[in-house]
Design a protein. Structure first.
Length: 259
């Protein structure tokens, strides 16, 4: 079991990955989770992010256009779409991660830039006001500018904050295999990434967990067997879409009360 979350490898680090990944999600109950976790431990190990409690919190700020283009592209299953988010691990926040996840048919193009916490204040005007990135980032050729480029090109702004608790396992074979159990899913319209979560609303029903499988390449046979053993049914689950729908229903309820 690992004691803390990893920090950025350098004061400012950038990673760019082009890969074909299988990502499958299931909604499972507490009984299934308990049994499935026991079986997974026979094949996998806790991932490097796991803390002394066996899990860690993830907090993501999602971006979208004025008319929620990314949300509708996701629902429609558009062949080409882009997801922008800024992520922290609030239990041990040493860096802020800027992510661009683009899908082109079956290929996923992912770019991440990790900035130290000390630099986040200088980048806030970029994500909230569409200002230019600080000069030292613009001049650093080792750091991707794709997040900032797409944010301006698509006119995206922060729309919703999502937080959840993750228990994750991984295994390195010919391909990397990773599974997550995500609980305590909450959404908020307060965009303080580093402070306490304010105004959070729970999005999951009691006793329900999002189980996610991520495989770079072909799924191993033993994982196919576990899916069959528990009769898991693949579902189109998006934490971002859950949060947006929750906010829309809250706004509709508020307007109904006013009338």
């Amino acid at each position: 079991m690992r004691s803390s979350l990893p920090t950025a490898g350098t004061p400012t680090s950038s990673r760019m990955v082009l890969f074909q990944r299988m990502e499958i999600k299931y909604m499972i109950d507490r009984t299934t989770r308990t049994a499935l976790t026991r079986d997974l431990r026979a094949f996998m190990r806790p991932d490097a992010h796991t803390d002394q409690h066996g899990s860690y919190r993830v907090r993501s700020l999602y971006f979208d256009t004025f008319d929620f283009r990314a949300y509708h592209d996701k629902l429609a299953g558009a062949a080409e779409r882009h997801k922008l988010r800024v992520r922290v691990y609030p239990d041990s926040a040493t860096f802020v991660r800027f992510e661009v996840k683009s899908r082109y048919a079956s290929f996923i193009h992912k770019i991440t830039v990790d900035l130290p916490i000390s630099e986040f204040e200088s980048v806030k005007p970029v994500i909230f006001e569409h200002a230019l990135p600080p000069p030292h980032l613009m001049e650093d050729k080792s750091v991707s500018k794709e997040f900032f480029r797409l944010q301006k090109q698509l006119n995206m702004f922060p729309k919703i904050m999502v937080q959840y608790r993750r228990e994750a396992f991984e295994r390195l074979e010919l391909n990397r295999v990773r599974v997550n159990f995500d609980d305590e899913l909450m959404a908020s319209r307060h965009f303080d990434l580093l402070g306490p979560l304010t105004g959070g609303r729970y999005l999951q029903k009691y006793g329900r967990t999002i189980f996610e499988i991520k495989v770079d390449g072909t799924m191993p046979f033993w994982l196919h067997m576990l899916i069959a053993k528990y009769n898991l049914q693949n579902e189109a689950i998006s934490k971002f879409c859950y949060a947006v729908r929750s906010e829309a229903m809250l706004s509709l309820a508020a307007r109904s009360e006013e009338n």
